[in-house]
Design a binder for this molecule. Sequence first.
Ligand code: 5MM
Length: 344
Amino acid sequence: MNTQQLNAIASALVAPGKGILAADESSGTIKKRFDSINIESTEANRQAYRQMLFTTQGVGEFVSGVILFDETIRQMADDGRPFVDVLKSQGAISGIKVDAGAKPLANSPDEKITEGLDGLRDRLNEYISLGAKFTKWRAVITIGDGIPSDYCIRANAEALARYAALSQEAGLVPIVEPEVLMDGNHTIERCYDVTERTLHVVFDALHYHHVSLEGMLLKPNMVISGNACSTQAAPEEVAEQTVRCFMRTVPAAVPGIVFLSGGQSNEQATANLNAMNAMAEKHPWQLSFSYGRALQDPPLKTWLGQAGNVEKAQKAFHHRAKCNSAARDGSYSDAMERELVGVG
Ligand code: 5MM
């Protein structure tokens, strides 16, 4: 492992004003997204969709890196350039999702365990040859009656730590994603408790697996009300609870926290990140984004699988990326949000 190289990539991914586009939808997830716009999930449509995103002019000003799926890292643009090279020309670093998805946890059927460790060392080497510089692994923690169990949190933390250690051994920056789902009617306080518990266990596991904190990024949920909770916390409260939770659990050596959007609306995800970066309280890490849906919803709904809509869809994507870039230093505003009229 070249520590300096790892640290440089991790820092570049959270460079000021920039964040990550999560475009690593696996086959099942991209099918769901395409179903929502009545498009068939064929290889050609997936290539056309990702090409629309990756060739958006000027988006490299706001996007430091893109997380790809196995199929996508092997695909090319219509002009014959591999997507990895297209992204490079935008100034964006390519990363790869390396988990094999969340599956039912044995002996706790309402909970999930992420699989994919078998053969990972070899797969990492192949991804390096395809141009990947960083990786991502997502663990899913569900809030419900009597869950999450310590068993689920520990099993997922162990897998995350084993993945992160293997990734660093190969020279790839791991993005460690323990996602506490926002599905349910739980309060923001319950989300705080579960997120705090989860992060303690994850960082404990990372420690005993000798993962270098300077050469990794954390991709967590924000501390937020459940989506069916009758009281929805405003951005200032989300920011206050999230930063307090992380100050108590995430070591200062971690260069950046890149949030997932988790089903928040586009504007909510931007406003919440903005509120954190606008806080007077100083925090030791870069607070950034690694959004999937909250960056892609407007371009997806504008594109609709039509070549004639590509330009408008790219404008919608550029706008979302620009708004989230502004949220990196607390300068996002309603006026900026409304700058793009009639698209998305
Ligand atoms: C883009 O979706 C990623 C892959 O999901 P699947 O394994 O379900 O196909 C996902 O890991 C994503 O990176 C995170 O959930 C963050 O995306 P959101 O939409 O929550 O910002």
